[in-house]
Design a protein around this ligand. Structure first.
Ligand SMILES: NC(=O)c1ccc[n+]([C@@H]2O[C@H](COP(=O)([O-])OP(=O)(O)OC[C@H]3O[C@@H](n4cnc5c(N)ncnc54)[C@H](O)[C@@H]3O)[C@@H](O)[C@H]2O)c1
Length: 259
């Protein structure tokens, strides 16, 4: 039997390694990709040591179609392409009136165009049954004026996933979305640093206390999410256990957004 292969984008980040590790339990081959290549080898080595999967790596800027095509050329030689996790993304707090066109376009190029390019190449090359999982954000539903660019780009991902789900429904390719809540990765570390630079009261306490305060205010269950919580939802959507589920969005956020 040909080995089933899944691709993870954004695999050097805070969520990517946990996603790669979890899905290595279910796929024979996992291909970790990220624009930042320096950590990929070490992450792959750790996952491979703890699982039966073969873990490969490739540098890829998801906003660049040539690099995306190149990843799929590699993947097609290594296994039956059957899973894709679109986790690459950028986000930062920016006041609504300070978002310039360049920043708006960069956020959309990575979060939205990247998801589109990776998914389109997946649809062309996947060997069904196959499944795409997009990582959106509760920022897509929050109406947060500090995240207008990010929230809009992540809302677009949800609707794109709907279109893929309907368009591919008879082909054996499913598409679903996970909306993570608050996980203390670099994305949040940078956000907390920004908030502390702009607020003396926040600057007087530790970054961890600032984050804990935001979580307490925003999450009904009163606790942050862990990368493993997101990885579990991703693994479910990729698996045959979700064989009748497509076009859905699952918030893993302690009750912050009710869908
Ligand atoms: N951390 C959270 O609380 C949170 C909440 C909601 C949604 N998310 C989403 O989850 C995903 C992962 O976030 P994270 O917390 O791990 O963030 P992170 O910043 O730790 O990781 C993001 C990864 O994406 C990579 N990346 C950036 N631009 C890229 C590009 N052009 N091509 C390929 N890779 C690129 C980065 O190098 C990084 O490794 C993102 O899409 C993010 O929007 C995160």
């Amino acid at each position: 039997m040909t080995s089933r292969l899944a691709i993870v984008t954004g695999a050097s980040g805070g969520l990517g390694p946990a996603i790669g590790r979890r899905i290595a339990e279910d796929f024979e081959t996992v291909l970790l990709t990220d624009v930042r290549e320096d950590r990929l080898g070490e992450i792959a080595e750790h996952i491979e040591r703890d699982s039966c999967a073969r873990v490969l790596t490739a540098g890829c800027d998801v906003s660049d179609e040539e690099q995306v095509a190149s990843v799929y050329r590699v993947a097609a030689q290594e296994g039956a392409i059957s899973g894709l996790v679109n986790a690459a993304g950028i986000g930062m707090f920016t006041p609504l009136t300070e978002i310039d066109q360049q920043l708006w376009d960069r956020v959309f190029a990575i979060n939205t165009r990247g998801t589109f390019l990776m998914s389109q190449h997946f649809i062309r090359t996947a060997q069904p049954p196959a499944s795409i999982v997009n990582i959106s954000s509760i920022g897509a539903r929050a109406g947060n004026d500090m995240l207008a660019h990010y929230g809009a780009s992540k809302a677009a991902v949800i609707e794109f996933s709907h279109a893929v789900a309907r368009g591919c429904a008879r082909t054996g390719i499913r598409s679903n979305t996970v909306m993570p809540g608050f996980i203390y990765t670099d994305m949040w570390r940078n956000t907390v640093a920004y908030l502390q630079q702009n607020d003396e009261a926040l600057a007087a306490i530790s970054a961890e206390e600032v984050f804990a305060g935001i979580v307490d205010q925003s999450i009904p269950m009163g606790r942050p999410q862990e990368p493993e919580d997101i990885a579990e939802a991703v693994a479910f959507f990729l698996s045959d256990r979700a064989k009748n589920i497509t076009g859905q969005t699952l918030a893993v956020d302690g009750g912050a957004v009710l869908t």
